[in-house]
Design a protein around this ligand. Structure first.
Ligand code: SF4
Length: 237
């Protein structure tokens, strides 16, 4: 699994290191909707370090695919701590692997609480994910979680079970619910605003910090992302 690009958000002084490849095969993977532009070539470790050195950064985020599959992740995280003195975060992870040293924060996307549904949707069991979630928390990494709400598949009952599971680890772990954006060839629709609000309400029975977002299509998502300063970034390598 390789390094594909470095992008930079000047407003937040955040660099994003993009990696390729994932070990899950989610039927509704959002990358099928929008192959992110910068991921067209492979970068060397030195190219990534040189790009990071040239920027004024406060944080470095690793995004995939699944960033823990990239063999250079630990090396770059160490470089970020020891040379750049900045915080590091794995922005999106399946939780299949535990992170290397020098990762400060991690967001784990819990695809489903039911093992059967998880296997059906991702092709993999969630036992290792749920075990790792607990272990990563105990390790002292600042953890957040997210789940994609997919009506009729990963629905309100799943939201409740996932929120309960997270609360048993720590009710202060932030949890984000994302509404499913239909991927061509899949049978599921987007949740409507009432369903998302209900999911949020259910999760809030267990967790202190619950947020949600919902887009009706890839175009809707892309338009809102363009307007949101948190996502404004330019490719630097
Ligand atoms: S874990 Fe994320 S990147 Fe991997 S297949 Fe699932 S949605 Fe796609």
């Amino acid at each position: 699994m390789s390094l594909k690009a470095v992008t930079y958000c000047e407003q937040y002084k955040r660099a994003n290191v993009h990696t390729s490849g994932c070990n899950f095969k989610c039927k509704g993977c959002s990358y099928k909707l929008n192959e992110h532009g910068p991921r067209t070539k492979t970068l060397s470790l030195e190219q990534v370090k040189s790009a990071l050195r040239s920027l004024e950064v406060k944080r470095v985020h690793f995004v995939g695919g699944e960033p823990t599959l990239c063999r250079d992740l630990g090396h770059i995280a160490k470089f970020c701590h020891e040379e750049l003195h900045v915080r590091t975060k794995i922005g999106h992870s399946t939780g299949w692997n535990r992170p290397p040293n020098n990762i400060d924060e991690m967001n784990i996307s819990i695809k489903a609480y039911s093992e059967k549904t998880h296997k059906e949707y991702t092709g993999a069991s969630n036992k290792r994910v749920l075990t790792n979630f607990r272990k990563i928390y105990v390790q002292g990494i600042s953890l957040s979680a997210s789940t994609v709400f997919i009506p009729t598949l990963i629905d309100l009952e799943e939201m409740e079970n996932i929120a309960r599971f997270i609360s048993e680890v720590d009710p202060l772990i932030p949890f984000h619910i994302t509404g499913y954006i239909p991927v061509p060839g899949t049978p599921w629709r987007s949740p409507n605003p009432d369903e998302i609000a209900r999911a949020e309400q259910i999760a809030k029975q267990y967790l202190e910090e619950v947020t949600a977002s919902c887009y009706q299509s890839a175009d809707d998502y892309n338009r809102k992302v363009k307007e949101d300063p948190r996502y404004q970034s330019v490719r630097v390598a």
